[in-house]
Ligand binder design. Structure first.
Ligand code: AMP
Length: 282
């Protein structure tokens, strides 16, 4: 695997590969890699000729400075994991290389209501930062396909919108969430959980399964409220429990039994904020 620290270097590498007819699959990450990230690399390797990853903890998408400062960093292990997975190239920029004109986001992406709900509501500015970083990355690594995890459901919709606004030609491939045996979604933030918190954290995915099992047509508020109350009683600080249209993420109050739905949860176990989601009808 070739590691590039400079944008010009990896852009040249990509251009050469494209000239020789290869397709490029791209997996952006913030490092602290786990098998969930590697599952995206594996899917890219099946679909595209060349797989490129990036590792950059993007400061502009953290609305909470402490969360940024505590974000785990395991660069040597990450490089080793990517190498073993057969990733062809890694872009490992520092903040000046990513943002040569400074981190201030001059461009505002018109994300519409997507930015005002769920993660957008609880993490103001987060999605503007995500768009800024991925837009910049895609202008350096002009990929045919961008591989994203369903784990960050709203992020997939936001980046779809960013790509359509900016007229980039990259196609998004949404990949399934990899979970621990007990159902906990793999996440870099899980590294911050102690043993007791780790046991606690599984209740998020259990609650999503509970919602899936209990889902009926008609009003959904009661089901959402039961889920919220359960998590609160178990000691979580719940940001949201929502059931939404799987295509648009508009919150659904009344289930017509036909619209594909997704349940989404964001909750803190002590000071670690975890998110997860589950499609209720595939
Ligand atoms: P992150 O490093 O958290 O920004 O994640 C990089 C990419 O990996 C994003 O597209 C995530 O949605 C994806 N990802 C994170 N966790 C998982 C998981 N458990 N399974 C599959 N993909 C994941």
């Amino acid at each position: 695997m070739i590691v590039f620290k400079k944008a010009a270097g990896i852009a040249r590498f990509i251009a050469k590969k494209k000239e020789s007819g290869s397709t490029i699959g791209f997996v952006p990450t913030m490092g602290a890699l786990h098998p969930g990230h590697i599952s995206l690399i594996n899917i890219s390797k099946k679909k595209d000729d060349i797989t490129v990853s990036s590792l950059f903890v993007n400061p502009t998408q953290f609305n909470d400075k402490r969360d940024f400062e505590k974000y785990p960093s395991t660069i040597a292990t990450d490089i080793d994991m990517l190498e073993k997975a057969g990733c062809d190239a890694l872009f490992l920029p520092d903040v000046n290389e990513m943002y040569p004109d400074g981190t201030k986001n001059e461009r505002q992406y018109d994300l519409g209501y997507l930015e005002t709900i769920l993660e957008g509501k609880f993490r103001p500015g987060h999605f503007q930062g995500v768009c800024q970083a991925v837009h910049r990355l895609l202008t350096i690594i002009y990929a045919n396909r961008l591989y994203l995890g369903q784990k960050d459901y709203q992020q997939c919709l936001v980046l779809q919108k960013m790509i359509s606004i900016t007229h980039l030609k990259t196609e998004i491939v949404i990949c399934p969430t990899l979970r621990e045996k007990d159902g906990l979604a793999l996440s870099s933030r899980n590294m911050r959980l102690n043993e007791a918190e780790r046991k606690e954290a599984v209740k998020i995915s259990e609650t999503l399964s509970f919602i899936k099992k209990e889902l009926k047509t008609g009003y959904l508020e009661d089901l959402k409220e039961r889920a919220r109350q359960y998590l609160t009683a178990e000691g979580f600080k719940v940001d949201y429990v929502e059931i939404a249209n799987a295509a648009t993420l508009e919150p659904i109050e009344n289930n017509d039994g036909k619209t594909p739905l997704v349940a989404l949860i964001a909750a803190f176990v002590n000071d670690v904020r975890l998110i997860d989601n589950m499609l209720l009808k595939e």
